[in-house]
Each structure stands twice: as structure tokens, then as C-alpha cells.
Design a protein around this ligand. Structure first.
Ligand code: GLU
Length: 289
């Protein structure tokens, strides 16, 4: 864990795969407030690795909409900073170096199973205790036997690589918002992707490498990522990196009780602005919970 005496560094890490909505804004507002009361800074990282859903116009929209609602950042793709670049696509060498370390330590394995194989063997997508859908637990029977020599990673990478999670280890962390969290690796979640066969680093790996490299002391994000935090804690440990503190914000639902998603155009910041909603009224709403 990072030491409490370090200056606070938080981050906003949106993905430009759609228009940001009120739920994103609320989480980012909380992140900004937590930094502000601690006299810390917020950085913005553009998580643009998902080339299939990524659109350049969403990057501009993201920056514009976040500024419109009153968010600001000390470092980011548009303002630069000591940890540049702040676009994940430009940071691939760092992820690749981390992958090479996991490979050298034999903590990963190549996986030729399709998503369908995994779903068929593991059953329906796994749901956490909070009802948040998670990926199915990777069946242990699909793992290569321990000690099987690893093929080289290759360049470009054309196989999925997964992190081998310890069997039955209880992992814990204390979340700043949600309290004590526990999960058992291999039971609550299984071997997860660190690199995809289309040569793209996974979110889990990129996020850990960046949060560590950018000196983030507290990660504030949506509660849908609590399960990911356990995976990330295993990566911090495997890479010998200090882990930040975590603060997972409750997710926002619409009036029908459905979780807000990027397809929810009605509550996108864009639409709200076009309808004449002011940032002040949005922030007032956040401040009143
Ligand atoms: N980029 C991720 C998303 O938009 C968030 C990652 C994070 O905050 O760790 O869902």
C-alpha cells in the first residue's frame, strides 16, 4: 500500500467509447473532491486501448464534457505533465515490459480457449455478491499443467495470455467507501486476461502499470470495478509495485432502477447540456447525495 504521508494523487480514467453520463460525472466529482480536501492533484488518463469501440470524436467529447461539468486536471493528454503520455495507446511499451516480467516469472500462460469454451465450461457469467455481472471463472481444467514451458510471447502477440491466479487464496482490502472487501482467487474469479490475441493489453494490466507509473495514491472509480481490484492487487504483487488505496463509488441508476450505461443517451452530459441543464445544478445534486 502507498504511504499516507505521500501527497495525494488521484485520477480520472475514462474510456472514449461513448458519451460520458451523469454516473461518470458523479464518480469523477467525488474523485476531485477527495483530491481537493487533501490538497492533492487529479490527473486525467485517456483509456483508449479498446480499438474496436474507440472513436476519436469521443476523446474530444470526453474532455469537453468533463470540463463543462466543472472538472479539471493538473496532468492529462491535453495539458501534458511529468508522466506523459496520458493516452494509453501511446504507452504500449510500458505494458509490454510488464508483460515480459510476468512471462519471465512464469505467472502467465497462453490460452487458446475461446470465450465460448469458457462460458460453456464455467456456466453462466458469474455474478458477484452485489449482483454485478462478472466474467465466468476460468476453469482450472483449461490451464496448462504447472511447469509447462512457456512459448515466447511473440511480436505481434497472436494468443491470449492469462494471469494464473493463486488457488483458494483469500484476498482482502479496505475500501474507502465500501469497507472491508474479500474474495477468494480461483473461486470468486479465475485466471484473467493480461494480453489479447489481437495484440492489445488488457484493462487490468494497463490500469495497474499506469496507476503505479503515475504515482496514484488513491483510485476512485465505480463499484462495478471492485472485483477487478482483486485482480489488480494480484498484479501489483506480481510486479513488485506498491498498490494505491481504493474508493469505489456506488453506481447510479436511472428512474427505472437500471444502471446507467454509455448507451443511456438521455442522461449523457451532452444531452443534459443541450437541454439547458446547468453544471451548477448537476453539482448541487451530487453535493446533496
Ligand atoms: N476506463 C475504465 C472505464 O471507463 C475505468 C477504469 C478505472 O477507473 O480503473 O470503465
Amino acid at each position: 500500500m502507498s504511504s499516507p504521508s505521500q501527497p495525494y494523487r488521484g485520477r480520472l480514467a475514462p474510456s472514449p467509447t461513448g458519451y460520458l453520463h451523469l454516473g461518470h460525472a458523479r464518480t469523477f466529482w467525488i474523485a476531485q473532491e477527495r483530491a481537493r480536501v487533501r490538497g492533492g492533484v487529479i490527473i486525467l488518463r485517456n483509456e483508449d486501448l479498446d480499438a474496436t469501440r474507440f472513436r476519436l470524436d469521443f476523446v474530444d467529447a470526453m474532455l469537453t464534457d468533463l470540463r463543462w461539468v466543472g472538472l479539471s486536471w493538473a496532468e492529462g493528454p491535453d495539458v501534458g505533465g511529468p508522466h506523459a503520455p496520458y493516452n494509453q495507446q501511446a504507452r504500449r511499451p510500458l505494458y509490454r515490459a510488464a508483460l515480459a516480467r510476468l512471462h519471465a516469472a512464469e505467472l502467465i500462460f497462453p490460452c487458446t480457449r475461446s470465450r465460448r469454451d469458457v462460458i460453456e465450461a464455467a456456466g453462466a457469467p458469474h455474478e458477484g455478491p452485489d449482483g454485478i455481472a462478472d466474467e465466468p471463472v476460468y476453469p482450472a481444467a483449461f490451464r496448462p499443467a504447472e511447469g509447462t514451458p512457456l512459448p515466447p510471447l511473440g511480436d505481434p502477440i497472436t494468443t491470449n495470455w492469462r494471469f494464473r491466479v493463486p488457488d483458494g487464496e483469500e484476498l482482502r482490502f479496505t475500501d474507502g467507501a465500501c469497507g472491508e472487501q474479500r474474495a477468494i482467487s480461483g473461486r470468486d474469479f479465475g485466471d484473467f486476461l493480461v494480453w489479447r490475441k489481437d495484440d492489445v493489453p488488457s484493462y487490468q494490466l494497463a490500469c495497474v502499470v499506469d496507476d503505479a507509473a503515475m504515482g496514484i495514491t488513491e483510485v476512485v472509480r465505480g463499484a462495478d470495478l471492485i472485483r477487478s481490484t482483486f485482480r489488480q492487487l494480484l498484479l501489483y504483487r506480481a510486479l513488485g509495485l506498491p498498490s494505491p488505496a481504493f474508493y469505489h463509488c456506488p453506481l447510479m441508476n436511472d428512474e427505472k432502477g437500471e444502471r446507467l450505461a454509455k448507451r443511456h443517451d438521455a442522461l449523457s452530459l451532452r444531452t443534459l447540456r443541450e437541454r439547458g441543464v446547468t453544471p451548477e445544478s448537476i453539482i448541487r445534486q451530487f453535493n446533496h447525495g
